[in-house]
Design a protein around this ligand. Sequence first.
Ligand code: FUC
Length: 345
Amino acid sequence: MQIMKESFGELDHKPVFSFTIINDQGVEVTAINYGCIITRIMVPDKNGVLENVVLGYEVLEDYLSDSNYLGAIIGRVAGRIRGGSFELDGKKYTVAQNDRTNHLHGGIQGFDKVVWNAKIIEDGVCFSYESKEGEEGYPGNLSIEVMYTLNNDNEFLIRYEAKTDQKTLLTVTNHSYFNLSGNSKKNILNHSLTLKSDEFLELDEGLIPTGHIAEVTNTPFDFRLGEVIETGVTSTHPQNVLVGNGYDHPFLLNSNHDNEIMLKDSESGRTLTVETDEPAVVVYTGNALQYNKDVQDVRTSKYLGICLETQGLPDAIHHSQFPSIILDKGQRYSSITKYKFGIKR
Ligand code: FUC
C-alpha cells in the first residue's frame, strides 16, 4: 500500500492537495481535500487494463465551476428539503434555497464546496471539517470526519463520523459518477444494475418525495434480478419521464452489507458492489448532467455516469414515516459505505 500527496492548487489561501492511495494490485483512488472529491479510481478490466471508472477533472478550476457535484461529499443533508425549511423542537429553520424554492445537497456552499483538513492515516486519508452553527442555515456546530481507505481486496471504504453541539439534521453521501467502461469511453446505458430493493420513493415535479412508497414489482424500478439502465431511459413510466428520462430515485434497501447494490459492465467485465449502513440508495443516472469541461477528453453529457448515493431518505424531516435524519447533541453519527471493485468474465 502506498499513499502519495501532491499539490492541487489553492483556494482562499488554503492549500488543496490530491492524495492517491495505491494498493498492492495497482488499484488507485485519488481524492482532493476540496469537497473530499474523488477525482479518479483506476481499476482493471477483464484483460487487466487499468482505467478510470469515475468522472473527474484534471484541475481545481474545473471543480470550482462544476455544478454536477462530481465525486464530492454531500452534506449536511443529501438530496432535497422541501421549501428549504424545517422545524426542530418547535423552532423553524430556513436553509439555503438553491434548487428553485427547495434546498439541495447542503446548500450553496455545502460540504462539496469547502476546503477540508486532511491527514494521511493507515491505508488512506482522513478529511475533517468544522461546520459552524448557521452555515447554510443549519443549527448546531457540527464536526465531521470522512475517511477514505483502500485495501488489497480492491475494496474502497468511506467512513463518516460526526457530532454536533445542538440538535441538527445530517445525512451525508458521496456523489461519484461511476462509469465502468473505463475512461468514460461509453455512456452507462448498457450497465446493468442489481438492487435488493422492493420499494422506491415516488417523486413530484420538484424531484421531492411525495410520501408515497411505491412497489417495484412490474415497473422499470424492479432491479432485483438485474436490469440495464437503458430500460428506465426509454420507458414511458411517468416516474422515469418526470426526472428527465431515467432514474433519480431513492430505493429502500431490503438489507445491508449483503451485496445490496451491484453495477456491472459486461463489455469491460468490471463490476462494482456497494454495501452500506444506510437505509437507501438514490440512483441518479446523470439525466441532468451539465456540460462544464471534458472528462478525460470526453464531452460530459447525459448518462455519462451513474451515481449510487447511499443515504437517509430525502426530505425525511417532513415525513414521520421515514427514518429520522436528526442528529442530537451527544449522539454519534457513524456510517460506512464500501465499494468493492471486481471482474466478471
Ligand atoms: C443528484 C440528483 C439531483 C441533482 C443532482 C446533481 O443527486 O438527485 O436531482 O440533479 O444530483
